[in-house]
Ligand binder design. Sequence first.
Ligand SMILES: [Zn+2]
Length: 56
Amino acid sequence: MAKKKSKREHVWLECKQCHQRNYRTSVSVAEGTPKIELKKFCKKERKHTVHKIRRK
Ligand SMILES: [Zn+2]
């Protein structure tokens, strides 16, 4: 931990349909837990689905 300037946390983007964790990203957690939902390509289902942020 060098600098604590920006509070960023590594999260997973989890498919809402099959709960497959397809992407890893980092989000700002300065204003509490972000509730971001993104349309992403699910490798398992091979189609675009809504992905939810999942904190570790
Ligand atoms: Zn899926």
